[in-house]
Ligand binder design. Structure first.
Ligand code: CA
Length: 230
């Protein structure tokens, strides 16, 4: 099935400017049309003015909270809603699903995780099958999370898979360390600075175990690129 010509319109409801900005930049980078509302009333007004294809909704909002926003949105439309909840706020999650949310994500989360949930909801809404992404001998089934190179099936960890999917969605495109870090490890990750190098090395070992030519190239001081060298 072909990709729709119009990008999906996503409404982000988040009062923390840093997180809202992080989500807006990331989703715009993925080609979505994005709008941010900083409180519940603005969210309901925005949804009325331009009905979104999906809503990312924080529970903790000033004024009317995310649960009430979900109820009001849900009374007017079947738009998929992904709620963002605080860690350990189990009652929030249950209440969120009761209020009509389709899925929830616990803060802090890695952007790729949110993106995967968004794609699931949009596919469900548009009745689209999961995409199989291909690049040269490489193919990944984004529904089953299956990865092959030629005839060889690869066994990847979750982070290796996220990193490889990021490359496959942006072939022949330089991915800076900042973008990779942001996208695969998330805004709140305080890990070691060489983690990207380590994971790229793991991926290369698996991708090249059958003597295949290198696909993920290092651009020193810049980042990485998925590219076939002729
Ligand atoms: Ca908030």
């Amino acid at each position: 099935m072909s990709t729709p010509a119009t990008p999906a319109h996503i409404l982000i409801v988040e009062d923390e400017p840093e997180i809202a900005g992080y989500l807006r930049r990331g989703l715009a980078f993925e080609g979505f049309s994005v709008q941010v509302a900083a409180d519940g009333h603005a969210a309901i007004a925005a949804a009325r003015e331009r009905p979104p294809d999906l809503v990312v909704l924080d529970v903790m909002l000033p004024g009317i909270d995310g649960l009430e926003v979900a109820r009001r949105l849900r009374s007017a439309s079947a738009v998929p809603i992904i709620m963002l909840t605080a860690r350990d706020a189990v009652p929030d999650r249950v209440a969120g699903l009761d209020a009509g949310a389709d899925d929830y994500l616990i803060k802090p989360f890695a952007f790729e995780e949110l993106l995967a949930r968004i794609r699931v909801q949009l596919r469900r809404q548009r009745a689209e099958p999961a995409a199989v992404l291909r690049f040269g001998p490489l193919s990944i089934d984004t529904g089953a999370h299956e990865v092959s190179i030629g005839e060889r099936r690869l066994d990847l960890t979750a982070k290796e898979y996220d990193l490889l999917e990021l490359f496959l969605r942006h072939p022949n495109h330089v991915l800076t360390r900042d973008v990779i870090f942001d996208r695969v490890w998330g805004y709140d990750f305080g890990g070691e600075s060489n983690i990207i190098e380590v994971y790229v090395r793991y991926l290369r070992q698996k991708l090249e175990a059958g003597g295949e030519p290198r696909l993920i190239h290092t651009l020193r001081g810049v980042g990485y690129i998925l590219r076939e060298e002729s």
